[in-house]
Design a protein around this ligand. Structure first.
Ligand SMILES: Nc1nc2c(ncn2[C@@H]2O[C@H](COP(=O)(O)OP(=O)(O)OP(=O)(O)O)[C@@H](O)[C@H]2O)c(=O)[nH]1
Ligand SMILES: [Mg+2]
Length: 533
């Protein structure tokens, strides 16, 4: 296959939404329908039940929520899919936002009973800014849901995006019969299978087929016909250009847990979603067909496999061809490195991969110098600056209560910091060597503590710190100038891990006060982006 054909068959996408809308469940069902697993697992797996492939972390299984994004690569119908399941909780949004830099499209999952929830809205905004095409899955149609017309209207009204219903739910909640495909004008009725482990049997027929109509009451049926007629009268057709421009979202209905509508979503998505495109960096356009290999690291994860206690750097290939053992330029160290240990990823499973093409996400092992945001390329002129940064809003000291285990504690914490699970700050002129953790949300503290214990055998104790706001100082500020600053009550100077000076404030008001009284020392909510920090 030529490189162009390889690029054309790649689909790299993330599943996003507010917590609990059903992303991981849908991911598992896409794997089932994509032939990548034979038996679907469950997020709420009990004894004798399989857990999902993407929530593989111990804490995820325990809590039934996703904490870390997962990469799943598989082949289906001639396509090579790189699917990324993301956590919905806002405390983990740093991870989710990094994933959004690595994908070419997203599937936005909506709980049909709830409509558009706050976190979905935020993630949608990021996708819109990046111009990422959005496909919508209205999930949980097996439960009493909002009126489908209302749901469509909400997309247009709340998110300001055009919505094109590709299919339509027939019956609502307990009466839910299946889905009417507006494109082929066929009705897909489903049967429930216990636990949704296997593909659901489907009957395809015309809308008026008595078998297809099932147990729908006359009133319910008449209402559905009316809705469908209204949609037809609106006269819209599937507009690929509008979808690719992010102006319209194709809408699919279904129920992930019951396997309803998953096949229609998968096939519809593959048909209409984009293959990898050019990326524009510093005014230069880098096409995927560019002969130079290039990609950037958007995620690092340690201890994915208890058998191999190592860390994997996830790279999104953007151009050229990756060959195992190739030598590339590493942006941060400005050194040449040989990439000998490369893997394709499927949850926490991995397999050596010899080549990869634009769109692929692969895992690289054995490079401690790699950090999030780094570019790897055979053309040192290419430099990606994709990774967003977040302002921490929660601060806590992390104590090691067990001096005998200092080594495990320190090593574990250093690894987790490198993964970007959390940030750390060090107070200036302080004898306290206890790390001060800085998080976007407090659940990140819990993850650090849990992983320190389970992966490194290190206990830890949190102590609330008295600050709530951090601001970065200009990077070129001198130590003397820092000595000369007069800080509001309770504020402290500190450094981030890149040795950039920051001020910790007790509250927003105090930060604003400093800003107004120190016009020559502008503060910023994020470190000034230096690629080689
Ligand atoms: N009734 C019903 N429940 C569903 C459906 N899909 C998922 N659920 C349930 O909704 C809950 C959350 O599902 P998850 O797949 O973990 O949701 P998520 O979006 O991955 O959650 P986070 O990753 O934590 O943000 C679980 O209890 C699922 O069983 C559905 O189609 N119908
Ligand atoms: Mg999940």
């Amino acid at each position: 296959m030529s490189i162009t054909e390889e690029i054309r068959r790649r689909r790299t996408f993330a599943i996003i939404s507010h917590p609990d809308a059903g992303k991981t469940t849908l991911t598992e069902k896409l794997l089932l329908y994509g032939g990548a697993v034979q038996l679907a697992g469950s997020v709420t797996a009990r004894k004798n039940q399989r857990a999902t492939t993407s929530d593989w972390m111990e804490l995820e299984k325990k809590r039934g929520i996703s904490i870390s994004s997962t990469v799943l690569q598989f082949d289906y119908d001639g396509y090579r899919l790189n699917l990324l399941d993301t956590p919905g909780h806002k405390d983990f949004s740093e991870d989710t936002y990094r994933v959004l830099t690595a994908v070419d499209a997203v599937v936005m999952v909506i709980d049909s009973a709830k409509g558009i929830e706050p976190q979905t809205r935020k993630l949608f905004e990021v996708c819109r800014q990046r111009g990422v095409p959005i496909f919508t899955f209205m999930n949980k149609c097996d439960r009493p849901m909002k009126n489908p017309l209302e749901l469509i209207d909400e997309l247009e009204r709340v998110l300001g995006i055009g919505a094109f219903p590709v299919n339509w739910p027939i019956g609502n909640g307990p009466e839910f019969q299946g889905i009417y495909d507006r494109q082929t004008k066929t009705m897909h009725t489903f049967e429930r299978v216990v636990g949704g482990k296997y593909r659901a049997p489907v009957t395809v027929g015309g809308l008026h087929d008595p078998a297809v109509r099932g147990s729908l009451s006359d009133a319910e049926f008449a209402r559905t016909l009316e809705e469908l007629e209204m949609l037809e009268l609106a006269g819209e057709t599937f507009d690929d250009a509008a979808v690719l421009a992010g102006k319209t979202t194709p809408v699919f209905f279904g129920s992930g847990v019951n396997n309803f509508g998953v096949q229609l979503l998968l096939d519809g998505f593959l048909k209409h979603s984009p293959a990898p495109k050019s990326r524009v960096m510093g005014g230069i356009e880098i096409a995927p067909e560019n002969p130079a290999f290039s990609g950037f690291i958007f995620k690092i994860q340690a201890n994915m496999d208890p058998k191999h206690r190592d860390r994997i750097a996830f790279i999104r290939v953007c151009s050229g061809k990756f060959d195992r053992d190739m030598t590339v330029h590493h942006s941060r160290s400005e050194k040449k490195v040989r990439l000998s240990s490369s893997h394709k990823l499927f949850g926490n499973e991995r397999e050596t991969v010899d080549e990869a093409f634009p769109g692929d996400v692969i895992g690289l092992v054995g490079h401690d110098s790699f950090g999030i945001g780094d570019t790897l390329t055979t053309d040192p002129k290419i430099l990606y600056k994709e990774i967003p940064r977040f302002t921490p809003e929660a601060f806590s000291y992390l104590h090691n209560p067990n001096t005998g285990k200092y080594k495990q504690f320190r090593q574990g914490l250093d690894q987790l910091l490198q993964e970007g699970v959390i940030q750390a700050l060090y107070l200036r002129n302080s004898s306290i060597k206890t790390p001060l953790l800085a998080a976007v949300g407090p659940l990140q503290f819990e993850v650090v503590q849990f992983r320190l214990k389970s992966e490194y055998g290190a206990e830890s104790r949190l102590e609330a710190a008295p600050w709530n706001v951090v601001r970065w100082l200009p990077t070129d500020i001198t130590e003397d100038a820092l000595d000369g600053l007069s800080l509001p009550t309770g504020a402290r100077l500190a450094y981030d891990l890149g040795k950039n000076p920051v001020i910790l404030f007790q509250n927003e008001w105090s930060a604003n006060y400093f800003n107004e009284t120190n016009r020559n020392t502008p503060l910023s909510a994020l470190p000034v982006q230096t690629v080689r920090e």
